[in-house]
Design a protein around this ligand. Structure first.
Ligand SMILES: [Zn+2]
Length: 95
């Protein structure tokens, strides 16, 4: 399964920043691990019924240092539209 991460920061660090750069590294690392594990678990046996292909994921996360929040977006590549809909459904299921 193809899972790529693109995690970065934006904005200037606040003088009394909640997370320093080492802690941000840890935040990125744990984000990578928890999202990666979740996707692996949900999509371990999922392939397109028609084309037999697995989905590919790209997760981009931007940590905004001004508001100290992380915005995460999922991008999914699939062989066809029908399988994309199925993947999105599974992705939105809890747990
Ligand atoms: Zn397909």
């Amino acid at each position: 399964m193809d899972i790529k991460f693109d995690l970065r920061t934006t904005g200037e660090a606040l003088p009394d920043a909640f997370l320093d750069s080492a802690e941000l590294g840890l935040l990125f690392e744990s984000t990578r691990r928890s999202i990666g594990d979740g996707i692996q678990r949900k999509f371990r046996d999922v392939v397109c019924e028609e084309h037999g292909q697995a989905p590919a994921f790209r997760i981009s996360g931007v940590y905004d240092r001004n508001i100290e929040e992380m915005d995460i977006q999922y991008h999914v590549d699939t062989c066809c539209q029908i399988f994309l809909l199925r993947v999105m459904q599974i992705l939105n299921q809890r747990g």
